[in-house]
Design a protein around this ligand. Structure first.
Ligand code: BGC
Length: 359
């Protein structure tokens, strides 16, 4: 086993010198915080509670121009309204992927005296500063989508602050991406017969730990299943479709032997699919493609066979979990400091069911 890892590491390091591929970690780090409750578990009993009608909610989104966060914030707003908040008391701001802009928005919310803040930080590394600012103003805080690091989460627990994180564990989504490929079997994947899974990786913005974990754990699922891997290219596509297309066009040009394209999200996978088609390749016949999120378009491509699979990033459970946590702070019920949820593997077998469940 040690020898196998040695060879694997040598292969990956050799590839990374050429293409910037990272070696998969041999042993996963401990979870930043153990999921203490499911996103649905702490749902407040009140529905359409009149006492919430005059409560003000500030929501900061890292960037409106993000397919997944658009689904998230749309669902968040309608669910908050269904709980009893008034539409005019819910303000959602676009951080435009700039932390200084978002910090100003947070300051404005503090000045306005909102009752609770829900924040999707631009830079998760700025979380400590954000937490201090918001807590000093006596406002409870719910982080979403970009998980602050373990040290920051520990401060909330140690000081029993009204701060929590609502989200799914990205390691699970990476593992599921890898399993989708493992389940095909090496014979089906190894088109060039070199005994390895030759892949390219398109990563999201490193400011979201989801990018790191999906990159690492998708490949770990392959190596854990005993497959040998070769990373042909590893690039950062910032979660964007246009970047996915550009990077995969280049990667396929340089590495026509690519057998699998892993994308950290579906937006980039949709771009990758355009590149795959433009290169005259066909998913399922001479290449495989997996994403994460289960965007409607991606599920439709999974059904038609143009994408191999994706992983449902449950924006419904996460947005509801965040809204429920906000209510629990307002009512004084309080929350655990980590509210988790599960990803769901999506293949042609259940893609339609996932789409139906989202209607
Ligand atoms: C989603 C991406 C999204 C990112 C934003 C991730 O969890 O999978 O689609 O762009 O969050 O931070």
């Amino acid at each position: 086993m040690k020898k196998f890892f040695g060879i694997l590491l040598a292969t990956v390091i050799a590839a990374s010198t050429l293409a910037g591929c990272a070696a998969p970690a041999a042993a996963p780090a401990a979870p930043a915080a153990a999921p203490a409750a499911s996103a649905e578990a702490a749902a407040p009993e009140a529905s359409g509670d009149a006492s919430l009608a005059d409560k003000k909610v500030g929501v900061c989104i890292y960037q409106f121009a993000d397919n997944f966060m658009t689904l998230f914030r749309t669902e968040l707003e309608s669910y908050l309204i269904s709980l009893g908040f008034s539409k005019e008391n819910i303000t959602i701001t676009d951080g435009a992927n700039d932390q200084a802009t978002q910090t100003n928005q947070i300051q404005n919310f503090i000045t306005q005296g909102v009752d609770v803040l829900i924040i999707n930080p631009v830079n998760s590394s700025s979380a400590a500063t954000i937490t201090d600012m918001v807590l000093e103003a006596g406002i409870p805080l719910v982080y979403i989508n970009r998980e602050p690091d373990a040290d920051e989460e520990k401060r909330w627990a140690d000081n029993n602050w009204d701060v929590t994180y609502v989200g799914c564990d990205a390691r699970q989504s990476g593992t599921m991406q890898g399993e989708i490929i493992v389940d095909l079997g090496l014979d089906a994947v190894d088109f060039n017969g070199n005994g390895k899974v030759d892949y390219i990786m398109i990563e999201g913005d490193p400011e979201n730990v989801d990018a790191k974990y999906r990159t690492e754990f998708s490949i770990k699922a392959l190596t854990d299943a005993g497959l040998e891997v070769a990373c042909l290219d590893d690039q950062v596509g910032m979660w964007q479709q246009s970047e996915g297309e550009r990077l995969v066009t280049n990667a396929l040009g340089a590495h026509p032997e690519t057998e699998v394209v892993f994308c950290n999200n579906d937006a980039m996978a949709l771009g990758a699919l355009q590149a795959i088609q433009a290169a005259g390749r066909k998913v399922g016949e001479d290449i495989y493609l997996v994403g994460v999120d289960a965007l409607t378009e991606a599920c439709e491509f999974v059904i038609s066979g143009e994408m191999t699979g994706t992983v449902f990033n449950d924006h419904i459970a996460q947005s509801h979990g965040a809204a429920d946590a906000a209510v629990n702070y307002i009512t004084g019920a309080g929350n655990e400091h980590y509210i988790g949820c599960d990803y769901v593997k999506v293949t042609s077998e259940n893609a339609q069911a996932i789409l139906d469940s989202l209607k």
